[in-house]
Write a new protein. Structure first.
Length: 456
């Protein structure tokens, strides 16, 4: 076995030679109408398309099939030929992909897709143990999940995975906006807006988003493999803001009026659809050395459903941990059995014949990015305020604020990796969606604050 030298253990950022400034096309129209009772209505349509946005895409990823430019092997008589990697272990049907015990029984965790081959540079292992068979003087190499031989399958053997900056990404947005405004009259000010929109792209951004994956699942048609709902797509969003000056004793005459009168109630109520997130296979389905591959769906009725109930299942199907059931109702909204392969049972990992592999392909038949939704938003922030003149030049302002006034929890992203010991769909935490009051708080439990301001 011979290995070419001069490999760089690094990743290079290589701008595309034709890289240019991206641009955006925008169009919109609207109509407005003034109605009685000092109300105005605005109805509009807005859309835009982002063209050639910056995106980081992989270069020099592992190919299959490929005649390796890195390793050769002796096929007999000192005749060294490059290894052609064109075979892979999927199940137990190929004897080379099977490991047996002393009784001749197949070892599930060491066979099929999980077969491990000896190092190519080994001087003691046979060609079969290395995953190589010679046919008509040509050495054919095997790969598997446990022996991917990623670097041996890179087109440029002098580098590892490089990243190209190019005008790869495109975005598509359209929305209807309905806005109703009531100017102050009889102590009431009101603004209500509803946005009904859809956002799609070929990768939401060039950086890690936490709920999305921006790596194409192959190199044949990378943009098509990523085209889906944006990670910030929010189908419906309704925001209601209001302020109402209470009518009783608003002139604040005498001491009782100063206490009871002059109060203004205000607030913002927000209702919004949940953001999408991506379910991951948890292993490299096409064995190209790039993560983020997605599984197939066994039951299409679960596609584009909301996985949002983070409350514990009762009675708890598993053991309590510190008096709390870790299993949540969201696991029933998106069970691990809805996918291919099915999610492994805790303590019983998948066998080597249960993984599906598609080396060298764009993983056909797998689910799209962002095919499921998190919990939506229903939040009420409220305030009560008044101003009291104590003396001619002394004024006291009081303000009491409540954030998430009804203490409604907002659940975090559900578990979304299939090949994992954590049940699919489980929710184990809440989030501080609005980042209000104290942005360092990880939860969004109700928070209040009182402010007193004296001016003189």
């Amino acid at each position: 076995m011979k290995v070419a030298g001069g490999q760089l253990l690094t990743t290079l950022l290589l701008p595309n030679s034709g890289f240019h400034l991206p641009y955006v096309q925008q169009w919109n129209f609207s109509v407005e109408r003034k109605l009685p009772w000092k109300i105005a209505v605005h109805l509009g349509y807005s859309a835009n398309r982002g063209i050639g946005l910056p995106f980081f895409s992989g270069m020099n990823d592992a190919r299959f099939p490929i005649t390796s430019p890195l390793v050769t092997t002796d096929v007999g008589g000192g005749n060294f030929q490059p290894i052609v990697f064109d075979r892979f272990c999927q199940d137990f049907s190929d004897p080379i992909c099977v490991t047996t015990d002393t009784g001749g029984n197949v070892v599930p965790g060491s066979s099929g897709a999980l077969k491990s081959f000896s190092d190519l540079n080994s001087t003691s292992a046979s060609l079969a143990a290395k995953g190589i068979v010679v046919v008509n003087g040509v050495p054919h190499g095997y790969i598997s999940l446990n022996t991917t031989r990623t670097n041996e399958r890179r087109p440029d053997p002098t580098n590892r995975r490089n990243v190209q900056l190019s005008n790869f990404a495109f975005t598509y947005y359209s929305a209807m906006l309905l806005k109703v405004t009531k100017v102050t009259s009889h102590g009431l000010t009101l603004t209500a807006s509803w946005t009904w929109s859809k956002t799609m792209d070929t990768g939401s951004e060039a950086t890690f988003t936490g709920t999305d994956v921006n790596a194409p699942v192959g190199s044949l048609d990378p943009q098509r493999s990523l085209r889906a709902l944006s990670s910030f797509n929010q189908r419906h969003r309704v925001v209601l803001s209001y302020a109402y000056r209470l009518p009783w004793m608003k002139d604040q005459k005498e001491w009782l009026g100063r206490i009871v009168g002059g109060w203004t109630v205000s607030g913002v109520a927000t209702f919004a659809s949940g953001l999408p997130y991506t379910v991951l296979a948890g292993y490299d389905v096409n064995i190209d050395g790039v993560g983020g591959d997605r599984p197939k769906i066994a039951d299409p009725k679960f596609l584009f459903t909301s996985v949002d109930n983070g409350r514990a299942i009762s009675p708890c199907p598993s053991a309590l941990v510190v008096g709390r059931c870790l299993d949540t109702l969201s696991q029933l909204q998106l069970p691990g059995t809805a996918f291919v392969p099915v999610q492994p049972i805790p303590g019983k990992p998948l066998n080597g014949d249960q993984f599906f592999l598609t080396p060298g392909q764009d993983v056909p038949g797998t689910i799209a990015r962002n095919a499921f939704f998190e919990q939506g938003q229903k939040n009420f922030d409220m305030a009560l305020a008044k101003s009291v003149r104590v003396y001619e030049r002394v004024n006291v302002e009081l303000r009491m604020e409540l954030y998430n006034a009804f203490n409604r929890p907002t659940f975090n992203i559900p578990a979304r990796t299939l090949n994992s010991t954590t049940p699919m769909g489980r929710i184990d935490s809440t989030i501080n969606l609005q980042n209000y009051v104290n942005s360092a708080r990880s939860t969004g439990a109700r928070m209040g604050q009182l402010a007193i301001r004296i001016t003189y």
